[in-house]
Structure formats: structure tokens, C-alpha cells
Design a protein around this ligand. Structure first.
Ligand code: TMP
Length: 207
């Protein structure tokens, strides 16, 4: 059995994650690949409950460290209950956000120490890392313009432009550090052109 792939999709607000997730699924289905699709924070009952706490209004003023630890608590559950079992069964895993989002949002956005995040990553994930990460990148104004047209902003979407500039910069820095794994997609282009870029990278790993 060929090794099942663990693919993650990342990007700041309004870069088109949802429509591109659907496109990636259609590519996997066209090749009859057995896969699951999941998301973070979330992907398990406990993780979705933590997502409600993290994104909602009830605990708006939580400490940055609390936010970081809740992200990793959700991730620990997700990895143990969903991601590792799926990969073990030979299923590909397509995940909407993963640990790179923690480096970008809690590290870049909130300014938490990257070394601490790396320590938690090592603890919670061991040697598990995505095989391929597609980073949808667009200037912050483009993403905010698109995201602004949607429903009420969540706890992260309420952040200021400077926060999202740091998120974007951190994502791009990760991509520079790990060019083999993280592929930057120019998401400011029209959707068909974005999809073409995605297909190129996926075809490199689809058997
Ligand atoms: P979204 O996946 O629907 O875009 O929303 C999830 C939000 O949570 C998004 O604003 C990014 C944020 N987030 C973090 O801050 N850290 C993380 O580790 C993850 C997975 C998401």
C-alpha cells in the first residue's frame, strides 16, 4: 500500500480556504483516493467544543497562553482520535489548518515564543508532520475585503490589520524555512488560476 499522505491547507482570513478545500477533495476523488477531511481547531467532539470556546464571545479576554494550550489540547485529541488512526488505516488526511496556524497566529499574531510552540509541537505530535502544506497567500487587504463580506467576525477575525500582517509574515517565514513541505499559492489570483497552482503541487504527490 502506498503511504497515505497528510495534507494541510493554511492561510490568513479570506484567502479562499473553503472553496479550495472543496477543489482538493474533487482532485482526490477523481483519483479514487480514500481520504478524510477534517479541521482545526476541531475535528473531534472535544475539539469542536474547544473551537467554540476559542472562536466565540464567552471567553474573549482569555490569556494568550491559555489560547495556545487550548489549541494544542484540541490538536492532541485530534491527532490521537482521528489523524493517526486514519493514516494507519491507509486513508489520506486533508486538514483545514494545523500546527503552522499556531506558529502564525499565536507565535506571529500574539507574539508568543516560537520555541515554546516548538516544544509543544514535539510533545503532542512526536514525529508526525504534514507531508504537504498548501499555503494560500494574499495581501492582508485582499483577504479582509473578502472575509468582511461574510457573517459576524469571530474572535480572531476581530483582530486589527497589524495582527494579520504578522500572521502572513510568519506563514511566509515558515514557507522559506521549509520549502520542501510548504508550497506558497498566490491566492490573490482568480479562482481557476489558484486551482491550477494547487493541482500542480498535488499531482506531484498523487500516485
Ligand atoms: P477557520 O479555520 O475557520 O479559519 O478559523 C479558525 C481560526 O482559528 C482562525 O482565525 C485561525 C485560528 N487558529 C489559531 O489561531 N491557531 C491554530 O492553531 C489554529 C488551528 C487556528
Amino acid at each position: 500500500m502506498p503511504k497515505p499522505m497528510f495534507i494541510t491547507l493554511e492561510g490568513s482570513e479570506g484567502v479562499g480556504k473553503t472553496s479550495n478545500m472543496q477543489y482538493i477533495q474533487s482532485l482526490l476523488e477523481a483519483k479514487s483516493i480514500d481520504y478524510i477531511v477534517t479541521r482545526e481547531p476541531g475535528g473531534t467532539a472535544l475539539g469542536e467544543a474547544l473551537r467554540t470556546i476559542l472562536l466565540g464571545e464567552d471567553f474573549k479576554g482569555m490569556a494568550d497562553d491559555t489560547e495556545l494550550l487550548l489549541m494544542f489540547a484540541a490538536r492532541a485529541e485530534h491527532v490521537a482520535q482521528v489523524i493517526r488512526p486514519a493514516l494507519k488505516k491507509g486513508q489520506w488526511v486533508l486538514c483545514d489548518r494545523f500546527t503552522d496556524a499556531t506558529y502564525a497566529y499565536q507565535g506571529g499574531g500574539r507574539g508568543l515564543d516560537m520555541g515554546r510552540i516548538a516544544g509543544l509541537e514535539q510533545w503532542v505530535l512526536g514525529d508526525l508532520r504534514p507531508d504537504l502544506t498548501l499555503l494560500l497567500d494574499a495581501p492582508v487587504e485582499v483577504g479582509r475585503e473578502r472575509a468582511g463580506k461574510r457573517s459576524a467576525p469571530d474572535r480572531f477575525e476581530q483582530e486589527q490589520v497589524a495582527f494579520f500582517e504578522r500572521v502572513r509574515e510568519s506563514y511566509l517565514a515558515l514557507a522559506r524555512q521549509q520549502p520542501e513541505r510548504i508550497k506558497v499559492i498566490d491566492a490573490s489570483q482568480a479562482l481557476p488560476d489558484v486551482q491550477k497552482q494547487i493541482a500542480t503541487f498535488l499531482n506531484e504527490i498523487i500516485p
